[in-house]
Design a binder for this molecule. Structure first.
Ligand code: 13P
Length: 251
């Protein structure tokens, strides 16, 4: 059966000392609760190795927020999947809408990143989601389907089964405007059906699909209660241990 997962995406926030402190706080909080979901924090590259040293990675998974689309070489400023894996990280967020929007990531580059992540035993947390105009003009089903098909449907069923998906409507990210639990359920069910049509029911049923976009302790319970919402990818609320734990314990 698929896993329930709550993952934090710290984005470009916290200095190294602040990040290590936040990771320690989450790690300590997890000593006193038995969460009904896997818990992951995805942190800036600079924080990966030091954070790995202060957390119990059996209880708190660690991920990067991106990796390069090449294995190694003359790509100044890039950080490769093997480098990420060598810090002890187990996950990597790929295709976040901010990377697509501000850094021009395309399905072609994302294909390479997914391949390299899998080759290095990193679990991709692959993000998809429409912008407001596409939500309003009703094309969001097509948009999300194309994002999945174009970057992921080259994978074998075995490799696809290693992914975590995150549906993040761009209009809900950092805006305080959450998709309603019914809106989330509608599109998550559609995403699962899209996977089923390609890879079959078993793969579809075993794929964790997270919701992201202004998920907070106050709305997490209703979202997670929906049958096709398997957890959350959390931005702002992951920057405070107490609010992040408030979402973790919504399961
Ligand atoms: P917020 O939770 O801040 O809306 O961000 C969501 C997100 O983009 C997680 O990847």
């Amino acid at each position: 059966m698929r896993k329930n997962i709550v993952a934090g995406n710290w984005k470009m926030n916290t200095t190294l000392p602040e990040g290590v402190k936040l990771a320690e706080e989450v790690n300590n909080a997890l000593k006193t609760v038995e969460p009904k979901c896997d818990v992951i924090i995805c942190v800036p590259f600079t924080h990966l190795f030091p954070v790995n040293n202060v957390i119990d990675t059996k209880k708190l998974g660690l991920g990067a927020e991106n990796c390069a689309d090449h294995r190694s070489g003359a790509y100044t400023g890039e950080v490769s999947a093997p480098m990420v894996a060598s810090t002890g990280a187990q996950y990597v967020i790929l295709g976040h809408s901010e990377r697509r929007q501000y850094y021009g990531e395309t399905a072609e580059t994302l294909k390479e990143k997914v391949r390299l992540a899998l080759d290095n035993n990193l679990t991709p947390i692959f993000c998809i989601g429409e912008v407001l105009e596409q939500r309003e003009n009703g094309t969001y089903f097509d948009v999300v389907k194309a994002q999945i098909e174009d970057a992921l449907f080259n994978l074998s069923a075995e490799d696809f089964s290693k992914l975590i998906l995150a549906y993040e409507p761009v209009w809900a990210i950092g805006t305080g405007k959450t998709a309603t639990d019914d809106q989330a359920q509608e599109i998550h069910a559609f995403i699962r059906k899209t996977i089923e049509d390609k890879y079959g029911k078993e793969v579809a049923e075993n794929t964790s699909i997270l919701y992201g976009g202004s998920c907070k302790p106050g709305n997490a319970k209703a979202l997670f209660a929906k049958p096709d919402v398997d957890g959350g990818l959390i931005g702002g609320a992951a920057l405070d241990a107490e609010s992040f734990m408030g979402i973790v314990t919504a399961f």
